[in-house]
Design a protein around this ligand. Structure first.
Ligand code: R5P
Length: 311
């Protein structure tokens, strides 16, 4: 593809390579040096002058290091005279810090958007932001893609008899509605409460008919798993026949892998917006790739064609 280059930060090179394979190009060459004082130097090892450049970096540990590496890489590309630089952030950093819901805290998702612009990003691509309003934080054009069609296409191939889509919390109702519409299934909603830190998410009620049904919980992300595992137990106690989940971002932080092993959740369908390290994988987890979706979006942006047509 003429004039198009893809580079990868260190957070998810497998995904960047998959995108390149789908586009039929090779991954751009970079060299990163970490000095003894922990400063990073990122050197772009090929000419990018007047090129349309895409940089893939997702939010995963070590998170702060990944953010700084991305900012340095964007700056390096700008100073190397790339024509346009697009930050491809499959899982957007600090997406949950999107509002000032306590006094004297940062709206860090907004800060991230400002930092990307300052570092030299001309455009941003993300997938399923925690809340769609985060798009308003960007001063440059942004394309929020959705992996819901990827998950639904896979689910459609399985038997979905007697299945009800269940939003993992009230905030997820709109997205769950999209699943229900695509899969032509009924919808239910869990009322979740948080008491203190994230691991203490607790399902307290369910709106909708789940008795003797196979419940498909949907959420944008699974972090500690508090939301999904509490909902699973609650739905089973209320008479659900079985519970599985479809979630876009497998954050799987803290004790989530152990809790998944102990949980009665049958299956967890996720995407590869975030890599799952080998020691945090589970036979219950099935991973679908978003590389074809990102490759198609990148092609369309490069060619100046509509991205919304993708959905
Ligand atoms: C919350 O609003 C989100 O949609 C997810 O439910 C939440 O981020 C999941 O976090 P955890 O797995 O720690 O409960």
């Amino acid at each position: 593809m003429d004039g198009l280059k893809i580079f990868s930060g260190s957070s998810h090179p497998e995904l960047a390579r998959e995108i390149c394979d789908a586009l039929g190009i090779s991954l751009g060459a970079l060299h990163t040096t970490r000095f003894s004082n922990e400063n990073l130097k990122v050197k772009v090892e090929e000419n990018v002058r007047e090129q349309d450049v895409f940089v893939v970096q997702t939010a995963t540990p070590p998170l702060s290091e990944g953010i700084v590496e991305l900012l340095i890489l964007l700056d390096a590309l700008r100073h190397a005279s790339a024509r346009r630089v697009t930050a491809v952030l499959p899982y957007y950093p600090y997406a949950r810090s999107d509002k000032k819901d306590e006094p004297r805290i940062s709206i860090t998702a907004r800060l991230m958007a400002d930092l990307l612009a300052t570092a030299g990003a001309d455009r941003v691509i993300t997938i399923d932001l925690h809340t769609p309003q985060i798009q308003g934080f960007f001063s440059m054009p942004s394309d929020q893609l959705t992996a819901v069609p990827v998950l639904c296409a896979h689910l459609q191939k399985q038997g979905l008899d007697d299945t009800v889509v269940v939003a993992a919390d009230v905030g997820e109702t709109k997205d769950a509605g999209r699943f229900a519409k695509r899969l032509n299934l009924p919808l239910a909603v869990v009322d979740k409460r948080r008491y203190g830190d994230d691991e203490r998410a607790k399902a307290v009620a369910v709106i909708g008919d789940i008795k003797d049904k196979r419940c498909l919980l949907v959420d944008d992300e699974i972090a500690t798993g508090g939301t999904i595992f509490s909902a699973t137990e609650f739905l089973l106690e209320k008479g659900a026949r079985s519970v599985s989940a479809a979630v876009v971002h497998p954050v799987l932080s803290g004790r989530a892998p152990e809790r998944l092993a102990q949980s009665r959740l049958e299956r967890l369908l996720v995407t590869n917006t975030i890599p799952i390290p080998p020691d945090r994988r589970s036979p219950k987890i099935e991973v679908l790739s978003v590389a074809p979706l990102l490759a198609e979006a990148i092609t369309r942006i490069h060619d100046g064609r509509s991205v919304s047509e993708l959905f």
